[in-house]
Design a protein around this ligand. Structure first.
Ligand SMILES: [Zn+2]
Ligand SMILES: [Zn+2]
Length: 369
């Protein structure tokens, strides 16, 4: 391992060693207050990363009031994961160059590289001013970036101070500060490591990001990573109601009480449209170099079935839009039309899916020998 960031390495390795030594020594001094402070700040720092750094600042999946932004900008310092600006810069690069050398936490360089080593062995990633131009204009984000170290020390000292009221200073330091930073670090890092290895690839088959319900529990809902990499500007990561995504519930609830607004999300139709578009591009790319007749036919079929789906989807969207402003008489006709269109769309989707499955099988077969 060739370390380039000695400061980061010393800090992270150092606190791991410290925790390993101190935890057995002071564990017996932990009390109810230790666990309450530990869990309270663990949850706060977790949400600060997922609802704040990730879904608000890095992806702009919703808009928030300045007070709401301030709150997460301060709370996120509890997690010790760099400023929102640096975090978003690296994360946006991760999305646009996923699984390549340019990806800051490229999983193809191994589990440990993506999990934590990237922080030590590669040069600090410079800010791409064009990529984060929106954040550079946000005064609150810039304040946090400029004073990050002090905010980090301040919020953690405050937690430590509160802990000292209920337990010995060492118990407070180990249980309420070190242990929390350790757990929130690894939980977040799992998204870059495990969530790019373990799970199903329902939405994007060609990239490593995976959907994993177990990881969702550990990561405040970020385990549905395949969907997230397919449609990153959706405020949800787990899109079904039963998907464990507390961050989406938090954002949704915050919107109901007026703290945040403009939640961006994709309905089923838009998700399917995106999948058809992405998969068509992927399949055409896979057979790009094939010139025989079968490939020619497949190309035609891909064009035809995707177009067929696209047309039906567009018609249905148009009918829904019209329905909103329709007179009662027109409404009845439109409802019938929509029913018919839905049926046709389902058939078009089914045709597309069977073609996609066939293309997938063909590809696996060709690559299995
Ligand atoms: Zn990822
Ligand atoms: Zn993301």
């Amino acid at each position: 391992m060739h370390i380039k960031n000695w400061g980061t390495f010393a800090t992270i390795a150092g606190y791991h060693v410290l925790l390993l030594v101190l935890l057995p020594l002071y564990f017996s001094e932990f009390n109810g207050a230790t666990f309450a402070l530990y869990f309270g700040t663990f949850i706060l720092s977790g949400f600060a990363i997922t609802a704040g750094h990730h879904r608000l600042f890095a992806h702009k999946t919703y808009a928030a009031s300045p007070a709401y932004e301030w709150f997460w900008l301060f709370m996120s310092a509890l997690a010790g994961q760099m400023s929102a600006l640096s975090w978003s810069n690296d994360h946006r690069i991760h999305h646009s160059h996923v699984d390549t050398k340019k990806d800051p936490y490229n999983i193809n360089q191994g589990f440990w590289y993506a999990h934590v080593m990237w922080l030590f062995v590669r040069e600090a990633i410079p800010l791409d001013e064009r990529l984060v131009s929106d954040l550079l204009k946000n005064k609150r984000v810039m304040f946090q970036h400029k004073h990050y170290k002090w905010i980090f020390l301040g919020v953690n000292a405050a937690v430590f101070g509160v802990g000292c009221l209920f337990m010995s200073p060492m118990a407070s330091f180990v249980g309420c500060v070190l242990l929390r930073i350790f757990t929130i670090h690894h939980c977040t890092w799992f998204i870059n490591s495990l969530a790019h290895i373990w799970g199903s690839r329902t939405y994007s088959k060609e990239q490593t990001a995976a959907d994993n319900a177990v990881l969702a529990v550990l990561t405040f809902g970020e385990g549905y990573h395949n969907y997230h990499h397919t449609i990153a500007n959706d405020y949800r990561n787990g899109i079904r109601w039963y998907h464990f995504d507390p961050t989406k519930w938090l954002i949704w609830t915050s919107s109901k009480i007026g703290l945040v607004s403009n939640l961006r999300w994709y309905n089923n139709l838009r998700i399917q449209q995106t999948l058809v578009k992405n998969d068509k591009r992927m399949f055409l790319d896979r057979i790009r170099d094939e010139i025989d007749e079968t490939a020619q036919e497949l190309r035609q079929k891909l064009e035809e079935l995707s177009k067929n789906y696209e047309i039906k989807a567009a018609e249905l969207t148009k009918a829904y839009r019209e329905l909103k402003v329709a007179t009662e008489e027109r409404r009845q006709i439109l409802l019938l039309e929509i029913k018919q269109l839905k049926k046709e769309l389902r058939a078009a989707w089914k045709n597309w899916v069977s073609l996609a499955e066939m293309m997938e099988k063909r590809y696996t077969l060709a690559h299995s020998h």
